[in-house]
Design a protein around this ligand. Structure first.
Ligand SMILES: [Zn+2]
Length: 414
């Protein structure tokens, strides 16, 4: 714009719209490359892009309210009444959004603990998932001590112990108009532990999935392909809820039932996008082991695929699709792609279909090195987080919503 001003000196007193007329060819020339690029990829102008309108329906206060709603059930540990009450509450919310729900039922019977603490990582300097840790590292673990929770009311709420037995988890589905037989799965895990409120792990991911279900289920939204919103249970015990889903439903993919009905109880899986711990990216621990109290300005949304999986190529492509959607639709924070997805509900899918996880940090080398001091701790409370933290989760929601809307051909009915 500076060169335009130089060509035609700016004199406010003499301004009239007609004085701009000679500039029109210059303006056209300046914007022509953009319009050509847009035509080349067949993208409508931003004003006509329905995805912009859909992403605009996400809202920080709504996202926060959904996280707050989940924290009323404490840490939502699997195999407890508070976990079952949370499943009921999530289902009621999804139904109220107009998203029809179903449940997966399975039994969780954990093996007795292995003497000696179980399997190690072998003789390697690599983090779980395959990344190489750098810099300052602090210890991590799961808090099992109720007395570490200073809030007596919350301690009481979390007191009932887990018992083995039947489990349930809920999902809801937006059926596609022209390709009801194909779907993307958008997941988060609703269980937690550690004697806090599991606000970030994984209230933040669960709320993200629920918010996407709300936006896509609006009566004026159509998608060509199907989307399933899944709130896995038993993630913290070894991805048991997601594994149960894969075991029970993998073989049902793409089958029309009843024949000729155009109904597909389990559409063919096109991809699985998991969300876990979406809010806290305050950087590496300092030399004294403390963490910055503020969200770092460089905070980003980490999208991971697993390079050692059968579907690595497709998973990587899906990751870059989210990366591009972030650049286009997310308001505040950028995205980064990495190859070390691990310890997440997309793992049971990753040798079958493209599967990725979306997080506040890389799971192996960053969270595993102590970048999130609330992880599985009594401090994972709604009140721990500031709007800058909640906003990182909202930006992840904008990222996934933008990508999934594009992938499923979302439009708004006129
Ligand atoms: Zn988690």
């Amino acid at each position: 714009m500076r060169s335009l001003v130089a060509l035609k000196p700016w004199r406010p007193a003499a301004f009239s719209p007609s004085r701009l007329l000679p500039l029109i060819p210059l303006l056209l020339a300046a914007f022509l490359p953009f319009s050509l690029a847009a035509q080349a990829t067949a993208q409508p102008p931003a004003s006509a892009d329905p995805v912009v309108a859909l992403v605009g329906r996400l809202d920080l206060e709504k996202y926060k309210a959904t996280i707050k709603g989940l924290t009323q059930f404490g840490d939502r540990r699997q195999g407890t009444d508070r976990n079952r009450a949370a499943v009921d509450w999530i289902e009621a919310q999804l139904k109220s959004y107009g998203c029809p729900t179903e449940r997966i039922k399975y039994v969780y019977d954990p093996p007795p603990p292995t003497p000696g603490g179980g399997r190690g990582r072998g003789n390697t300097d690599l983090a779980v998932g395959g990344g190489r840790p750098r810099g300052i590292r602090t210890p991590t673990g799961v808090n099992n001590d109720p007395m570490e929770q200073p809030n007596e009311k919350l301690r009481q709420l979390n007191m009932q112990p887990t018992t083995p037995g039947p489990r349930e988890e809920v999902y809801c589905t937006k059926v596609g108009t022209t390709r009801p037989d194909e779907m993307y799965i958008v997941g988060g895990h609703m269980d937690g532990h550690g004697w806090g409120e599991a606000a970030n792990d994984d209230g933040s991911g669960t709320a993200l999935v629920m918010e996407l279900a709300r936006v896509f289920s609006s009566p004026d939204v159509q998608t060509e392909r199907t989307i399933r919103f899944a709130l896995w249970n038993n993630e913290e015990t070894g991805l048991n809820g997601a594994r149960a889903y894969v075991e029970q439903r993998q073989a049902l993919q793409g089958k029309e039932d009843p024949p000729g009905s155009r109904r597909y109880p389990e559409p063919k899986w096109l991809g699985m996008i998991q969300h876990d711990m979406m809010m806290f990216d305050h950087g590496m621990p300092r030399a004294d082991g403390t963490i910055s109290p503020e969200q770092r300005p460089e905070a980003d949304v980490n999208i991971e695929f697993q390079s050692n999986s059968k579907m690595a190529a497709g998973s990587q492509a899906l990751a870059w699709t989210l990366h591009a959607a972030n650049a286009k639709y997310a308001t505040d924070y950028p995205a980064a792609v990495g190859p070390h997805m691990t310890n997440t509900d997309s793992t049971p899918f990753m040798d079958i279909v493209p599967a990725i996880s979306v997080r506040e940090n890389e799971r192996g080398v960053q969270i595993g090195s102590g970048w999130d001091p609330q992880w599985h701790q009594p401090t994972d409370l709604y009140t721990t987080y500031s709007d800058k933290d909640f906003r990182l989760g909202l930006n992840a929601a904008q990222t996934t919503l933008g990508a999934v809307a594009t992938l499923t051909g979302a439009t708004l009915k006129k």
